[in-house]
Design a protein around this ligand. Structure first.
Ligand code: NAP
Length: 281
């Protein structure tokens, strides 16, 4: 069965819109774009479009190469203090001369809508509730649950160990009582691991890394990877056309994990607003 990320994301967005419509004051999301990357510009435009459609207050700060670390730090301090801003998102990567780590760490963890702050990552790893859970990993768990896919007791293989996808997905799956293996580019004989997995989450950006012969019959395959081909089409890490005949559930690219990421960003903004306005609501 093909997992329809667009459909699940759409109903999540509808739910969030209903909740936002009931608020007197609208949640505010600030997005900072400080790089020249074409994909980042597209992602930021999409975040802005969704925010507006949901009735959020959207503020996008776009900078050219002349932006300094100091100016960016001052802006984040201002946003941290601004009661109209509930979520702050720094689109990664930043221009090379900027220190990404320092920028992410000065965001107030209670406004860290991407869930990348060490406080939120630490809370996730220690089994405490983060103020916000990283959007793509959160979206993956929501997709599995939307299709009633059992996680507890399953062998889950996560391929990719980035801080924004692989490691937090592995942690969320562990919290859901899966037995998790985390593979990466130095993993030897990847097929030995994929063949044993009930759930495979691939987040590498390596097109067609996962072929049909690597997948156990009936496994669930979640493809996070996005690679733009020469003709402009997007493809994932999984050889979708062949793997779909072996897997019990599989996400397409596009239309699988991607729409969930943006829906979870909107949900995180709403949840942070509620957290910051506990007494008023
Ligand atoms: P990343 O930081 O580049 O990390 C990629 C990971 O994949 C690394 O851990 C790397 O291993 C591992 N890897 C690379 N080639 C491999 C191979 N041949 N075999 C096994 N492991 C391999 O990327 P990311 O930010 O996590 O993103 C991963 C992919 O997901 C990208 O295509 C990105 O565009 C996509 N993405 C999609 C969404 C969405 O909403 N759908 C959101 C975020 C990212 P090492 O650590 O050893 O280098």
């Amino acid at each position: 069965m093909i997992i329809d990320g667009k459909k699940v994301a759409f109903s999540l967005l509808e739910e969030i819109k209903e909740k936002i419509d009931k608020l007197n004051k609208k949640p505010g999301l600030a997005v900072i774009l400080a790089n020249d990357d074409a994909s980042s510009k597209v992602y930021v435009a999409s975040k802005e479009k969704h925010s507006i459609a949901l009735g959020l207050k959207s503020s996008v700060y776009r900078f050219d190469k002349s932006i300094t670390q100091g100016k960016l730090i001052s802006l984040i301090h201002e946003l941290n203090e601004n009661p109209d801003i509930n979520g702050i998102l720094v689109q990664l990567p930043l221009f090379e001369h900027l220190d990404e780590r320092e920028i992410l760490e000065i965001i107030n963890p209670k406004k860290d809508v991407d869930g990348f702050h060490p406080v939120n990552i630490g809370r996730l790893y220690s089994g405490l509730k983060p103020y916000a859970v990283c959007c793509t990993p959160k979206g993956i768990i929501k997709l599995l649950k939307a299709y009633n896919i059992e996680i507890e007791g399953k062998n889950a293989l996560v391929i990719g160990r980035s801080n924004i996808v692989g490691k937090p997905v592995a942690s969320l799956l562990t919290n859901e009582n899966a037995t998790v293996t985390l593979a990466h580019s130095k993993t030897k004989k990847l097929k030995d691991y994929t063949k044993k997995a009930d759930i495979i989450v691939s987040a590498t950006g390596h097109p067609k890394l996962i072929t049909a012969d690597m997948v156990k019959k009936g496994a669930v395959v979640i493809d996070v990877g996005i690679t733009r081909q020469f003709d402009g089409r997007l493809i994932g890490d999984v050889d979708f056309e062949k793997v779909k005949d072996v897997a019990s559930y599989i996400t397409p690219v596009p239309g699988g994990v991607g729409p969930m990421t943006i829906a979870c960003l909107m949900e995180n903004t709403y949840e942070l607003y509620m957290l910051q306005n506990k007494r008023q609501n």
